[in-house]
Design a protein around this ligand. Structure first.
Ligand code: NA7
Length: 532
């Protein structure tokens, strides 16, 4: 007989495990399927050297349990991947979550049976369960982008992707290593790999802005002050557009209202604070291209100061507006290019043509390598969802429905796909915020919604087409007021060949959270509710 649950959750990353905990509190039966061998999602897979969160640890943590946030002791300003994984394991154990999670189980297909009002969930092994509700907690950055470069299979050495890094340590000492990609993952891995490898070749297509993390042991006074009022700290962060770092509010002044000396002093101050804070030095950086250019130029000046070879400094200097692609937060990134044995290879002017048994050949020449590391990112926001054959009413395929780009209502529901929730889905703030805040808001909203459906004897909830249309226009309109759509980025799907260019996340957390709350208070406006 096929197992049946009230709720199936797909994914046991940070989203899926909080969701599991909250679904249990509603009193529903639940099963979680996870492809990996353990919980953690992003933090389970991204074990590459130097992997570290770029959101401060006091903020990149759960807020659903006061005891948990009081008990857990973060050790650094930014947590390393192993520390976050230890935290996740602790949460799984503390809330006894493992008993409802099936690991090593990849979901392959979801099919809605309209007559029964149930989803059939099929796994790669061919097993099936049925569920009334399905919650997709598949993550925004989980479907690794492996570039289709000719000759990959002929390479005589090892190839690794940062997002599929082996559990056992990879020995790079004395090796000639090539890293392809200079986004956040490459920027974190490159300085650490440079310390181990004999020779390091960095294949850069687009230079990214890397801001110094200024990671350090967590200040015990700050930790104590936050713990003394964690709820207040969370509330203040959630009131910020990016749902974080409320200790350093954006200077609202226009950059053009200050003298050149004042501008320089403000930029130096925010640069010195570390992390992404330089983007908070003036109010018009993300809306006025001329203001943005002044800040971009300030960072380019820093690169010229740090990197000794002017040609290398020039190549490392980004041309696009700062913040348009996600800024990278690094430690000793630019300094690494002063090390002997570290070579920057410009694959914008001379693209990679092929992988040979000996290494990588670009249009300008060949580089002999023992190990290739792809730090080439993800099919973001939609990749993991569309990697599953999801069929709603009338066998409608989500993949077909989203062929012109993802469309949702609130980033939570899709018309034609009843009782299916997309946690941190496209159209919600997700990756433009601290993901833990986005996860908390969605897990709480979905759990409250399930409670409402149970209490009101409602069997089916489904976003309406009207609500979805209006929401899509809203997401576009808000993005259009910013510089985000002005360069190629994974926010737009521009990193994946053939992917439709649509700006996927919603800019601005507080207004979004307010709308979601109003939708719920209004009896789930924009959703059609059906009683049996
Ligand atoms: P990103 O930010 O998407 O970076 C991927 C990098 O790989 C980027 O520099 C790409 O260049 C480069 N890339 C991708 N494909 C190729 C090919 N075919 N040839 C050369 N270079 C290529 O992914 P990350 O994993 O670093 O970070 C993702 C997020 O994780 C990050 O923003 C944080 O939120 C955490 P491009 O810019 O496309 O020219």
């Amino acid at each position: 007989m096929t197992d049946s649950f009230d709720v199936v959750i797909v994914g046991a990353g940070l989203g899926g495990i909080q969701m599991l905990h909250q679904v249990r509190q509603v009193g529903l039966t639940v099963r979680v399927f996870e492809a990996g061998s353990g919980a953690g999602g992003t933090w389970h897979w991204n074990r590459y050297p130097g992997a570290r969160c770029d959101v401060e640890s006091l903020e990149y943590s759960y807020q659903f349990s006061e005891e948990l946030q009081q008990d857990w002791e973060w050790t650094r300003r930014y947590s390393s991947q192993p520390e976050i994984l230890r935290y996740i394991d602790h949460v799984v154990e503390r809330f006894d979550l493992d008993r409802d999670i099936r690991y090593h189980t990849r979901v392959e297909a979801l099919t809605y049976d309209e007559r029964a009002g149930r989803w059939t969930v099929r796994t790669e092994a061919g097993d099936e369960v049925v569920a009334r509700f399905v919650i997709m907690a598949t993550g925004c950055l989980s479907s690794a982008n492996v570039p289709d470069i000719a000759g990959r299979e002929t390479f005589a050495g090892e190839i690794h992707h940062t997002a599929r890094w082996p559990k056992q340590p990879v020995d790079l000492s004395g090796k000639r290593v090539g890293v392809v990609g200079t986004g956040s993952s490459g920027v974190q891995a490159i300085p650490v790999i440079a310390q181990q490898a004999e020779e390091l070749y960095v294949f850069q297509r687009t230079a990214a802005y890397t801001l110094p993390a200024r990671d350090q042991p967590l200040d015990p006074e700050l930790r104590a002050a936050v713990k003394a009022d964690y709820a207040g700290f969370r509330a203040r962060n959630s009131a910020m557009p990016t749902a974080g770092l409320s200790r350093y509010p954006t200077n609202p002044s226009s950059i053009f209202l200050v003298s050149a000396a004042e501008r320089e002093a403000a930029l130096e101050y925010f640069w010195g604070l570390g992390g992404p804070l330089v983007l908070r030095s003036f109010g018009d950086i993300m809306s006025d291209p001329r203001a943005n250019e002044l800040v971009s130029d300030f960072v380019r000046g820093k690169i010229r100061q740090i990197v000794r070879d002017p040609e290398v400094a020039d190549l490392l200097s980004p041309k696009q507006p700062i913040g348009c692609k996600r800024v990278c937060i690094g430690t000793d990134y630019y300094e690494t290019f002063n090390r002997p044995g570290v070579h920057l290879v410009d694959v914008a002017s001379a693209p990679i043509e092929e992988i040979t048994p000996d290494g990588i050949r670009t249009a300008a020449g060949s580089h002999a390598l023992d190990v290739i590391v792809f730090a080439t990112g993800f099919d973001a926001m939609t990749g993991a969802l569309l990697g599953i054959d999801i069929r709603g009413r009338d066998s409608l395929s989500l993949k077909e429905m989203w062929s012109a780009g993802p469309r949702t209502y609130l980033g939570l529901g899709v018309p034609g796909f009843p009782n299916l929730f997309t946690m941190t889905g496209p159209g919600s703030p997700s990756v433009l915020t601290n993901m833990l805040v986005a996860i908390h808001q969605h897990a709480t909203w979905i759990a409250d919604c399930l409670q409402y459906l149970v209490d009101h004897d409602i069997s089916v909830i489904e976003a309406t087409h009207e609500a979805e249309d209006a929401w899509g226009m809203h997401v576009d309109e808000v993005a259009g007021k910013t510089l985000f759509p002005s360069c190629d980025s994974w926010y737009l799907g521009a990193n994946i060949p053939g992917k439709k260019r649509v700006f996927m996340p919603l800019v601005g957390f507080p207004a979004y959270a307010k709308t979601c709350a109003e939708v719920a208070e209004g009896g789930y406006r924009g959703f059609a509710l059906t009683r049996p």
